[in-house]
Ligand binder design. Structure first.
Ligand code: C2O
Ligand code: CU
Ligand code: CU
Length: 519
């Protein structure tokens, strides 16, 4: 069979005459469509930028309490824990199923607990298909045990850091720190609490301290689920913070409630979100007593109705309940800076977080002690306060105009020194600042004395747009010229994209050497 071949018809042509009026009208119409479109997009972005789940959460799941990690004492007298990073699938919210990561489980990890003075070791095994690390956020320990980007654990490997716990009772936590992948690993579920005890933390039984009963871990994270019920990663936020999810989970539980059986309950709040700032408070604005900050108990309970936590920060609060009472812990719109950007950075968002249900009969709890623990006091007087040892300018994704370089040590401090650091957020959006190795004292916030809930030990501070904080710290142990510690913004996408630097602690007179990579 053959096909006849017809040549294509000659192109149709018509003489076009230039008609200026038509052109003008056409352009105007196009312009109008574009302007309307842009406006519509702005309205859409504006209205979808605010999340409000208050009243919309049914609180039907009992709050999951991360198990206390098992441990044993080895021949050298060390308390040994084991953590295995693994893949899993988790139903975080009803009807969803997400690929997740967890330690010794599919999501999050067990709570590690040790006493001041104890020697501990943790066997960290990586069963993921990618390299990770485990950093002990808030822990005072040698740099090579710190679990930062220089202590990577390759797939299939086991890394066993060990150290002596030598710091006050506190609510610390652990999470991966592989450079560039921290946000993703934490978001997928690699995080857990590390609780330290000492005689102060029980205050002779006057502080609630029965884990999971009147002393409750509250690990708060925001998630974003797609229509397929799968947790979405790497969404953009117009405010430049990194991903902001519209669904909260607490200890991996969606819509959680907790049954309260005593008149006072202690909540250990941890903001384990990657970017979101929370302003926690109760639905009826009742006071909560803040008893602890990042690195230990406050000098005295601070009664206030809100507590703000940026990513990585912790607060221990005690709530008083009466029999049969029910109340929600919420997050109110946090102060992330005024204006347009605040809205896109979570500044208009409200959440229902956790429902507290008191039993009809409550075990009476003792009154809170009025004195808790010694306040950090580096005795920095007015003169010394003016003598800032180091300045850190936060802007964009840089600190002091530079970005993280694994092979460059940015700051060298001498063992035994007490230093005053000034941290300034130059941007119109918020950042934060976290220092490894030490807990510090906040000396000032924008030239003022720190607020009462900042008078205890801190390792992470929240810097509102334009604000400046001064902090004091002492580098009392663990010189190592070759392995640096990190300082960084704890908005994890900022950290991953280079808003991090390194400092080495050296013996007096020594210089920081080449950075030794450990595996
Ligand atoms: Cu919570 Cu450098 O980390
Ligand atoms: Cu840390
Ligand atoms: Cu930042």
């Amino acid at each position: 069979m053959t096909y006849a071949y017809y040549p294509p018809p000659p192109p149709y042509r018509r003489r076009r005459r230039f008609r200026p009026l038509r052109w003008l009208l056409g352009l105007l119409a196009l312009g109008l469509v574009l302007v309307l479109g842009a406006f519509g997009l702005m309205v859409w972005a504006w209205s979808s930028a605010a999340v409000d789940t208050v009243g919309a959460v049914a609180f039907e799941q009992r709050l999951r309490i991360p198990p206390l990690a098992e441990s044993h004492i080895d021949a050298r007298g060390r308390r040994v824990f084991s953590l295995t990073a693994q893949e899993g699938a988790t139903e975080l919210a009803p009807g969803t199923r997400s690929d997740t990561f967890g330690f010794n489980g599919s999501y999050l990890g067990p709570t590690l607990r040790a006493e001041r003075g104890e020697r501990v070791a943790v066997r960290v095994t990586n069963e993921l298909e990618e390299t990770t690390s485990v950093h002990w956020h808030g822990m005072h320990l040698p740099a090579r045990m710190d679990g930062g980007p220089h202590q990577q654990v390759a797939p299939g490997d086991t890394w066993t850091p060990h150290w002596r716990v030598d710091q006050p009772a506190s609510t610390l936590w652990y999470h991966p720190h592989p450079h560039g992948d921290t946000e993703q690993h934490v978001y997928r579920g690699l995080a857990g609490m590390f609780i330290l005890d000492d005689p102060d933390s029980r205050a002779g039984d006057r502080l609630p301290h029965e884990y999971g009963v009147d002393d409750i871990p509250v690990v708060v994270q925001d998630k974003d689920f797609g229509d397929d019920g799968e947790m979405r990663e790497g969404g953009i936020s117009l405010g430049g913070t990194g991903m902001l999810g519209d669904t909260l989970v607490v200890n991996g539980t969606y819509g959680p409630y907790v049954e309260v059986t005593s008149t006072r309950v202690r909540l250990r709040l941890l903001n384990a979100s990657t970017a979101r700032v929370y302003d926690f408070g109760f639905a009826d604005d009742r006071d909560l007593a803040v008893i602890g900050s990042d690195g230990g108990l406050l000098p005295a309970p601070v009664r206030q109705d809100r507590v703000t936590l940026s990513p990585g920060e912790r607060a221990e609060v005690v709530v008083t309940m009466s029999p049969g009472e029910q109340v929600e812990l919420r997050s109110y719109p946090p102060d992330v800076g005024a204006g347009l950007m605040g809205r896109f950075a979570g500044g208009s968002d409200s959440f229902d977080v956790l429902h507290l249900r008191a039993a009809d009969r409550l075990t009476p709890s003792p009154a809170l002690p009025e004195v808790l623990a010694p306040a950090p006091d580096f005795a920095v007087g007015e003169d010394e306060l003016q003598q800032v040892d180091r300045r850190f300018e936060l802007s964009g994704r840089s600190i002091n105009g530079t970005q993280m370089d694994m092979s460059r040590v940015d700051e060298t401090v001498e063992l035994g020194d007490t230093e005053v650091w000034e941290v300034h957020n130059r941007d119109g959006m918020h950042h934060s600042f976290h220092v490894h190795d030490v807990q510090f004292q906040v000396l000032s916030v924008d030239e003022d004395a720190p607020p009462p809930d900042h008078r205890g030990w801190k390792d992470t501070i929240y810097l509102r747009p334009g604000s400046t904080m001064r902090i004091a710290m002492r580098f009392s142990d663990y010189a190592d010229a070759h392995v640096p510690y990190m300082f960084h913004c704890h908005l994890l996408s900022h950290e991953d994209s280079g808003m991090m630097g390194q400092f080495a602690v050296v013996r007096p007179g020594e210089e920081a050497g080449a950075v030794g990579h450990q595996h």
